[in-house]
Design a protein around this ligand. Structure first.
Ligand SMILES: NC(=O)c1ccc[n+]([C@@H]2O[C@H](COP(=O)([O-])OP(=O)(O)OC[C@H]3O[C@@H](n4cnc5c(N)ncnc54)[C@H](OP(=O)(O)O)[C@@H]3O)[C@@H](O)[C@H]2O)c1
Length: 316
């Protein structure tokens, strides 16, 4: 019987959250089908990953330094990989951003794009020539539902994810010719450090240049609603990792995968009405006009998705 050659999977941003979860999940595959190169920009943060990887560390999982914003760091990491061969690239590294647009400098916006857009592009460019030569490969990008649907006060983050969606959708067509697949994974809210980091940044900002009414909407309407959405609809990083593993294992991987079925109807509004009015107005009304309806829907969802309710309606 032929022995299975493990696929080399390079993952960015593995110090926490989704990146860490997917690295561990693949490295602990019972059939050892994956050789994981888990990367992070700051190796001082590797302890959490080492602990989670357990016996897989040094066998099916190795840790490398890689900053997606640096050409030299990407080149250094690629040179350390035998033959430069990467079968699957998981572009996970990303930074979030929320706030009124008036208070965000163009420099700050460029910083978000440098990681979320150019970081992914830099990685794709690094692995692409070898994948094309070998006529085999899979590029997985952790995008977001905000790569499909803009959300109030997330203007810059959504724009960076829209940019990566446009780039990859164009590339996917060309690469099919070379038997290289591109897959976008689009989570809704996920309970990782991501939201905490955002809230820390928000608590430090005084929103210079923003009018008082906008600051009030942001603080008194958007922030509590966002918190409620994370508490109600938020997935675990392990659940998102499972969805990513399914995409990686698929024989013909889908171009798009939304990981959160509770969030999908909100994104579907956009496709139901090509004029865009339905989604723009529905989001506006839900947030600013029908606050009570919004809170009630969240409470109903919390109840429906709660474990004890599921136990009550699941047949024995
Ligand atoms: N959490 C959500 O609600 C959510 C929803 C949809 C999509 N996503 C996407 O999922 C991905 C992972 O996010 P997460 O939720 O797991 O958040 P997270 O725990 O904050 O993880 C983000 C990771 O990206 C790394 N990173 C940031 N800049 C980097 C750079 N220049 N080079 C290399 N690594 C860098 C971070 O490293 P440091 O520790 O060094 O900062 C961290 O390991 C992101 O692309 C995010 O946009 C998240």
């Amino acid at each position: 019987m032929a022995t299975l050659v493990p696929r080399t999977v390079l993952i960015t941003g593995c110090s926490s959250g989704i990146g860490l979860a997917v690295a561990v999940r693949l490295a602990q595959d019972p059939q050892q089908r994956f050789q994981v190169i888990a990367t992070m920009r700051d190796l001082r943060k590797k302890e959490k990953l080492e602990e989670a990887a357990g016996p897989a560390l040094g066998k099916t999982l190795s840790i490398q330094r890689l900053d997606v914003c640096s050409d030299s760091s990407v080149a250094e990491c690629m040179e350390s990989i035998p033959g430069g061969r990467v079968d699957v690239l998981v572009n996970n590294a990303g930074v979030g951003h929320v706030g009124p647009v008036e208070s965000i400098s163009v420099e700050e916006m460029k910083r978000i794009f440098e990681t979320n857009f150019f970081g992914a592009v830099r990685m794709i460019k690094a692995v692409l020539p070898d994948m094309k030569r070998r006529q085999s490969g899979h590029i997985v990008v952790i995008s977001s539902v905000m790569g499909l649907q803009g959300i109030v006060f997330n203007d810059v983050y959504a724009a960076s994810k829209f940019a990566v969606e446009g780039f990859c959708e164009s590339l996917a067509v060309q690469l099919l010719q070379f038997n290289v697949f591109v897959s976008m994974v689009e989570p809704g809210p996920v309970n990782t450090d991501f939201e905490l980091k955002l809230m820390e940044e928000v608590s430090r900002s005084e929103f210079p240049g923003t009018d008082p009414a906008t600051v009030r909407y942001f603080k008194d309407v958007y922030l509590p609603a966002s918190h409620e959405i994370f508490a109600t609809l938020g997935q675990s990083p392990a659940a998102v990792a499972e969805a990513i593993v399914n995409v990686i294992r698929a024989r013909r991987p889908a171009f798009r995968t939304q990981t959160n079925s509770l969030y999908t109807p909100l994104v579907a509004l956009k496709y139901a009405d090509p004029s865009g009015d339905l989604s723009v107005r529905t989001y506006y009304r839900l947030l600013f006009n029908y606050g009570t309806l919004f809170h009630l829907s969240m409470a109903a969802l919390r109840c429906l998705t709660c474990g004890c309710f599921r136990r009550r309606v699941t047949p024995l």
